[in-house]
Design a protein around this ligand. Sequence first.
Ligand code: MEV
Length: 324
Amino acid sequence: MNSGAIPPTAPPLSARAPGKCILFGEHSVVHGRPELLLAIDLYTQVAVRVASESRLNGDARAAADHPYLTAALRRMWPPGRPPLDWTTVSRVPRSAGLGSSAAFCAATATALLAASGGGERSILADASFAIERSAQGVGSPGDTSAAVAGGLISLNGGSGAPLWELGDGAQNWVVRRVRDPGWVWLVVYSGIPRNTAETVRAVGRRLAEPDGPALLERFAEVAHAGIAAVEHEDRAEVGRRLSENHLLLRDAGVSHLKLEALIEAVAPAVDGAKLTGAGAGGSIVALPKLGHEVEAQRRAQRAGGVAFIVRPSPTGAHLVEVPA
Ligand code: MEV
């Protein structure tokens, strides 16, 4: 697991960060409730070199217009420093609920931190969250913390060692390490893109209804129970809690007919399933029954999903050795 500091490194350099999948607590985490995430073994990689003008994948306009890149440069690359030429490659599907923007923010922040003299991982977690938040306008530090930490992490729950603490003035989040039980997970992208900020605002409105506070407390109970079940490696209980969390997300208004169809399609081969990420499209996550991983993947594909069997990424954001 990458838990060390980012070493000082002069460009040209490359950095990589994993996408993420939320097992419990999306949306309610924005309101300070617990969440459990795993960094997944699909990565975004950025390569950066000093150049005569700023470019992103060869395009100066793209560099000037990219909300996450411009937010990263504003925060971490003061005026007067030389322009940078960025090249990016990613295996994380975009707008799929799998943390593509968090992976981009964490990889970019890793590169800029290294090029600015290096620093602790907690600084990277803080910077990655600030960059994503300033470009997106809303949200928790869950996605970016998973991209920085790797493995499994919890926010505001769990019994593992604290990694760092982040706040936004309204909420505070303590990020902890959760031991990986060593399971594989099925992630299925519905092919329906969605906008995180819009769904976060819609759920905020739902939680402001008279029964909103009770719904938020149900989210918290299910997430606490789900995190404890992962810590105790209790697959049956994790499966039940995944499905229960999905019903709450449906009640919060962020499911989608295609997500429901995918969950139904994989049901015979999994212990539990739910939408993952912001919802209203995006992806589902399921815990395949032991020995039924490929059957679950086939079922999802037959139902029209793009299915990945994923493991937790053993590494968080890190510099990549590029062959000379
Ligand atoms: C998005 O991946 C997860 C949400 O909870 C928003 C956030 O935590 O920033 C919906």
